[in-house]
Ligand binder design. Structure first.
Ligand code: NAD
Length: 502
């Protein structure tokens, strides 16, 4: 394992975090929980105490929802240009603090620092992208009819709840908060309890940028208390959620009594399908990157690798060599490629699949063990000789663990690729043009990349089908979620209604 190369700024930040309790941000003020309760936040490098956070419950959520409710009319009425200007300011401040954000994210989540600065920059891009569309978000259609003009406008739905997970939490929070604010909604954000640090920094940044009090509120806390209360609050009109499929299902139930609109971005078990005719060097790079970058904790990670049988052994040999070489170490070391897993519970979950794989008859070709005695480090792992029905090929493990499955022909590949409960993303490697399109259309997923890793295009729809979610993010799709479409019908020819009671 490698050591930290530039400990100084990290040490300073660590000291600052150890001296503060992360508070809620409600109605423009930093607040403790009504109950006075806090919870501990640990760093995955050795599970030592990093900081503490206020532990919110239904009383704190109520204060935040009331603040978002009170701030909504003025924020909704602010013109798009003014909202754009404020969101641009947020983006600029994120860029100014990108180093600090990257460091904080690495310490809090175990994500390697080499990926975290670009994640912070992507968050700034999200704010700018939606800022540029704030003015036109209300635009609608003109639908002329006989004697009538129908036209539509979009209006913000109201205060919304945003519930985010612990993987790349800063970037994912921006992805939800930016379009919500651009469309004129006010927000109550409940970040994941395992990674609350950068959500606090984002609230600080938005406050400093001049976002008015109550427009964005932050409540820390556990899913079952703060999260649940947010999904049940009557002032909250919609919930944008990113997390596990089972939690998404609970959120739908919890929100049913108040008829919440929900957008669910959930788990994945995404196939990467490599045909013999592909550019195998690039396919190898992409398969490795999409699984082992971000510690394998990426919803769109290519966690099931399907390789055509004629090239399987050779491809897997090269893959195994590369996986054995992946550098595991301190997330703050720029050389580190895989850091520790976020929490002992997630660590135990990932490690449990090493035994499951062996018991089910798969081969642990690389890894399959923890590293060291402290911290949540696991050796990057490769399972071979697997079959599609095995748990390692069906369940979202969410760690640096890849399962390889051979296939015989295109039909076999499509059958295996679709043979999972999830349907988020698929990756396809072939130089056969017609097969590429045919196969992409046959995949039961929300997004397909052909001859590429996941390269995000902000106007394009992002989201999954089956157990991977409901709804789409990105461009106008985000506005559709955060806004109501209203139809206005104007009579043009003065016709009267049929007369009753004459
Ligand atoms: P999780 O479902 O455990 O938690 C996500 C959030 O939900 C947390 O803030 C948690 O406190 C909250 N929560 C938990 N129970 C709740 C309840 N009953 N009511 C309201 N809120 C509740 O997910 P996680 O383990 O933090 O994140 C990892 C998961 O997120 C993986 O499954 C991953 O695939 C998924 N994910 C999906 C996408 C996507 O775009 N599809 C992106 C990133 C992560």
């Amino acid at each position: 394992m490698t050591a930290i190369s530039s400990p100084k700024p990290a040490e300073q930040l660590r000291q600052q975090l150890s001296q503060r309790t992360l508070k809620h941000f409600i109605g423009g003020e930093w607040q403790d929980s009504a109950s006075g309760e806090t919870f501990e936040v640990h760093t995955p490098t050795d599970n030592s105490l990093l900081t503490a956070a206020a532990s919110g419950d239904e009383h704190d959520i109520d204060r935040a929802a009331q603040a978002a409710w009170a701030a909504f009319p003025a924020w909704k009425a602010l013109d798009g240009k003014a909202r754009r200007k404020l969101l641009y300011k947020v983006a600029a401040l994120i860029e100014d603090r990108a180093e600090e954000l990257a460091l904080a994210e690495s310490m809090d989540t175990g994500q390697p620092i080499r990926f975290m600065k670009s994640a912070a920059i992507r968050a700034a891009e999200n704010f700018r992208f939606f800022a540029d569309r704030a003015e036109a978000a209300q635009d609608g259609l003109s639908l002329p009819a006989d004697g009538f003009l129908n036209y539509t406008i979009r209006q913000p739905i109201g205060p919304v709840g945003i519930i985010t997970p612990w993987n790349t939490p800063f970037m994912l929070s921006s992805w939800k908060i930016a379009p919500a604010l651009a469309s004129g909604c006010t927000v109550v954000h409940k970040p994941a309890e395992w990674s609350p640090v950068t959500a606090t920094l984002l609230a600080e940044i938005m406050h400093e940028a001049g976002i008015p009090a109550g427009v964005v509120n932050l409540v820390h806390g556990y899913g079952e208390t703060a999260g649940r209360a947010l999904t049940e609050h009557p002032h909250i009109k919609a919930i944008a959620f990113i997390g596990e499929s089972s939690t998404g299902s609970s959120i739908q139930k919890q929100g049913a009594a108040t008829l919440k609109r929900v957008h669910l971005e959930l788990g994945g078990k995404n196939p990467v399908v490599v045909f013999a005719d592909a550019d195998l060097e690039r396919a190898l790079d992409a398969a490795i990157f999409m699984l082992y970058s971000l510690n394998g904790q990426r919803c769109t990670s290519s966690s099931r690798l399907l390789v055509e049988r004629s090239i399987h052994d050779d491809f897997v040999k090269k893959l195994a060599e590369r996986v054995s070489n992946i550098k595991v170490g301190d997330p703050l070391d720029p050389a580190t490629e895989v850091g520790p897993l976020i929490h002992p519970r997630q660590f135990e979950k990932v490690c449990s699949y090493f035994d499951i794989a062996r018991a089910d008859g798969a081969t642990v070709a690389v890894g399959g063990e923890r590293i060291g005695e402290s911290g949540n480090y696991v050796r990057p792992t490769l399972f071979t000789n697997a079959r599609s029905e095995m748990r390692i090929a069906q369940e979202e493990i969410f760690g640096p663990v890849l399962t390889v499955l051979p296939f015989d022909d295109e039909a076999d590949a499509l059958r295996i690729a679709n043979d999972v409960p999830y349907g988020l993303a698929g990756y396809l490697w072939t130089n056969d043009l017609t097969r590429a399109h045919r196969f992409a259309q046959g995949l039961d997923v929300g997004m397909v990349w052909i001859n590429s890793e996941n390269v995000r295009h902000l106007p394009s729809p992002f989201g999954g089908m089956k157990a991977s979610g409901i709804g789409r993010d990105g461009g106008d799709y985000s506005f559709d979620f955060y806004m109501e479409t209203k139809n206005i019908a104007v009579n043009l020819d003065g016709r009267g209604a049929a007369k009753l009671g004459v």
